[in-house]
Design a protein around this ligand. Structure first.
Ligand SMILES: C[S@@+](CC[C@H](N)C(=O)[O-])C[C@H]1O[C@@H](n2cnc3c(N)ncnc32)[C@H](O)[C@@H]1O
Length: 387
């Protein structure tokens, strides 16, 4: 998402009526028969209901036609940067063939396309060696990715991370973890409570604090001073995803993640009272995750310590943590002229310059965290040095 910081959000103060979407009717009925939903299950349904979830209903989500911009949708420059890293990685591994590469949550396929184009232009032998697996649970999206990437050989799909073959030498994902459902907690009367989503025909959907269902959720927040009103989001599922990806990474191998997030100390800082949950609809950020069920994005910053702990537990070693702005600035000198001058026109050059500014904007995409984890001996990679 390219917008600035999180909106303010007080879960218990959300009282606006929820627009009646087809998914809203299904969820209201589910609550009527089964009782309130945990916020985690609400977010999961809003994003991933098999037919009506935001990422499952066959409508544009990322990109100018959708609701928010991600880095690959801004310009091929971002994918070219990734291609540059892939080439260096391949050389450092003594040019294996096949070179097993995986993207998780590939969206429109824009990132894979620009990465492969960059590799093809600079290292055709690597392009011939790459076997690229796209982890995409949504069949329609997988078909569209296949069509977009049809002119590349060696592309396959896996329907879930659990079906990923081990031995992947390079695994990457852009804005995957911030789209994983979270539990929503708030301090009420000095103690953590977990927010459920309830529904009544008169008042529509509303959040209500209940008991914390799972003790590990509370343990995650054991270092946080519980001052009344404080909101925190917790997602054990993200840890499971990192462990599964970690298991798939070969030795030597690299896991590279781009996501909005903070170290735990900053994420749960006492001054960040409203948490980081945000919504996006038609490029407008919002603060009501109960609005437009299935028809808006819901996203939440990641806990970088959680990612690192699970990566370490999977036997991976962290690279230096960088912001996207730092990472692209390090890579930029090597990349920018080739990408910007690709078609030789002034308009293309100016578009690339504007894109470089957007991708490195410290108040927007530039503050995305670049989290790299390696297994085995990998020499320093471009992006983490100025070469
Ligand atoms: C914010 S979008 C980013 C899409 C794309 N990577 C981009 O940068 O434009 C998040 C994507 O992650 C996908 N996603 C979430 N959880 C996933 C999982 N467990 N496996 C595969 N994809 C997942 C969603 O379906 C969605 O397409």
């Amino acid at each position: 998402m390219s917008s600035g910081g999180p909106a303010t959000f007080d879960p218990l103060a959300v009282t606006r009526p929820t627009p009646d979407t087809p998914l809203a009717r299904i969820l209201a009925e589910r609550i009527r028969t089964d009782g309130p939903l945990s916020f985690r299950d609400w977010m999961d349904a809003c994003l991933y209901h098999p037919d009506l979830g935001y990422y499952r209903r066959g409508q544009p989500t990322v990109g100018r036609e959708g609701d928010f911009l991600t880095s690959p949708e801004v310009h091929p420059l971002f994918g070219a940067a990734l291609g540059h890293v892939a080439v260096a990685l391949w050389h450092s591994m003594n040019r294996p063939s096949p070179m097993r590469v995986t993207e998780v949550g590939p969206g429109t396929g824009a990132l894979a396309e620009s990465m492969l184009n960059q590799i093809g232009a600079n290292e055709p032998d690597l392009l011939s060696a790459i076997e690229l697996t796209l982890v995409e649970p949504d069949e329609q999206a997988a078909d569209a990715q296949h069509r977009r990437l049809a002119h590349f050989r060696g592309i396959s799909h896996a329907p879930s991370i659990s079906r990923l073959q081990p031995g992947q030498q390079f695994v990457f994902a852009n804005e995957l973890l911030d789209a994983v459902p979270v539990h929503l907690l708030q301090v009420v009367d000095g103690d953590w409570r977990e927010c459920d989503v309830d529904h009544s025909p008169g008042r529509g959907f509303r959040l209500r604090p209940g008991a914390v269902a799972d003790e590990p959720l509370r343990e995650t927040l054991s270092d946080v001073q519980p001052s009344d009103g404080l909101v925190a989001e917790v997602s054990p599922e993200r840890g499971e995803i990192i462990c599964a990806l970690g298991r798939a990474v070969a030795e030597p191998g690299l896991l590279l993640l781009f996501d909005y997030g903070y170290r735990r100390e900053r994420l749960y800082a006492p001054w960040r009272r409203q948490g980081t949950l945000m919504t996006f609809r038609k490029h407008v950020p919002g603060d009501d995750p109960l609005a437009y069920p299935g028809e808006q994005d819901i996203t939440c910053h990641i806990d970088i310590d959680q990612v690192e702990e699970h990566a370490l537990a999977s036997g991976l070693t962290p690279l230096a943590e960088l912001s996207q702005s730092e990472w692209l600035h390090q890579l930029g000198a090597a990349l920018f002229p080739a990408v910007a001058d690709a078609d030789g026109s002034t308009a293309a050059y100016l578009a690339a310059r504007r894109a470089a500014e957007t991708l490195t904007d410290p108040a927007g995409l530039g503050r995305v965290a670049v989290l790299g984890y390696t297994r085995g001996e990998i020499p320093t990679l471009p992006g983490w040095t100025s070469r």
